[in-house]
Design a protein around this ligand. Structure first.
Ligand code: SD4
Length: 339
């Protein structure tokens, strides 16, 4: 057997085995408090286009849907939808106004993926508000998939984008407060993060996705999360469906979350079931510290069915379809204390 052919077969077998054994352990270790709240009824005849996004971002989904309804390209829709949140200084998890790292630098991660499996990403990029636009340019105009740091910033400027100070007074003040205690360990606040992950299906039934974030607040300098990592923060397979993640990026990366959700849909699971199983994969890891962090997934399959699931209650998905926006609570494992 030729070496290349052998390697291909070997890796496929490996993936198959890993998935099989983890499914079994998930069933055996179901934690006490599972509350599976299904937030969507399956539609077999979806009304297109559909746009879904992490958290409550109706302006972003409406913008993307409008581009699609007017016959625009799906990547324009996703880019312009994400740009709404990147430009909103009140959203302190994305673009301008994002919370800085522990040294006071706002560093952005973003990626985009189309129906053909092409993708582009930027990581640890500073001083450019619209990281999603740079990620798209990396995909469409360079021979690469990912640019980091100064290289990404210089590339953005070379395409005509302007440098800007992304640290707003409000985020600076909060950071200075945080510095007084400066707890070294990054624990994500369960309810206070709004990375925008967006999936869209256009009128032809084709899927693409995008994700943009300023990452974990007060992270270590140089830290990169899941959001710009294809397969972790975002994955699209136009034959099957797509998924995007939010929350504690380290945990998403360790389980290759978005790729996992798409592969579970390939095996026949609904988007909701696939998101739930990917969350259970995190929860069922030995010594999982899941009570102290949030992870949420949203997914859409090729039929236009959608679903979302998170560790903690109160993660939500915005869904634009049939001329209206809805904010849907996700399924979850741990019920909020105050409820
Ligand atoms: C990260 N997943 O950098 C991102 C954080 C996030 O809303 O989702 N914030 O780990």
């Amino acid at each position: 057997m030729k070496r290349r052919h052998f390697l291909k077969n070997a890796s496929l077998t490996g993936v198959g085995l890993a998935v099989g054994s983890a499914v079994t352990s998930c069933k055996e270790n179901t934690p006490e408090k599972i509350v599976a709240v299904t937030n969507t009824t399956p539609e077999t005849k979806a009304i297109l286009p559909i746009v879904i996004a992490t958290w409550n971002v109706p302006n972003a989904t409406a913008k993307a849907a409008k581009v699609l309804q007017e016959g625009g390209h799906i990547l324009d829709a996703l880019e312009q939808g994400c740009m709404v949140e990147e430009a909103d200084v009140k959203n302190q998890s994305v673009g301008k106004g994002g919370r800085p790292d522990r040294d006071g630098n706002v560093t952005l991660d973003a990626c985009i993926m189309n129906k053909d499996g092409d993708c582009g990403a930027v990581v640890y990029m500073q001083n450019i508000t619209h990281a999603i636009s740079v990620a798209r340019k990396v995909m469409e105009e360079t021979p690469h998939v990912m640019l980091a740091g100064k290289g990404a910033e210089d590339y953005a400027v070379s395409t005509g984008m302007k440098r800007d100070n992304l640290l707003t007074e409000a985020s600076k003040k909060e950071w200075q407060e945080w510095l007084k205690e400066a707890k070294y360990k990054p624990i994500i606040n369960i309810e206070n993060h709004d990375t925008i992950g967006m999936l869209a299906m256009d009128k032809n039934g084709d899927l693409s996705g995008a994700c943009t974030t300023s990452g974990l607040a007060y992270k270590m300098g140089g830290r990169v999360g899941d959001s710009p990592i294809i397969g972790s923060g975002l994955f699209i397979d136009n034959e099957i469906g797509g998924c995007v993640a939010t929350g504690m990026g380290e945990e998403v990366v360790k389980t290759v979350g978005s790729f996992l959700v798409v592969e579970l849909m390939r095996q026949g699971k609904s988007p909701q079931e696939a998101c739930k199983e990917a969350i259970m994969r995190i929860i069922n890891k030995p010594n999982s510290n899941y009570k102290n962090f949030q992870v949420g997934y949203i997914a859409m399959n090729k039929k236009g069915e959608t679903g979302s699931f998170s560790i903690h209650q109160w993660f939500s998905m915005t869904k634009f379809q049939d001329d209206k926006n809805e904010n849907l609570q996700s399924g979850f494992v741990v019920k909020a204390q105050s409820n």
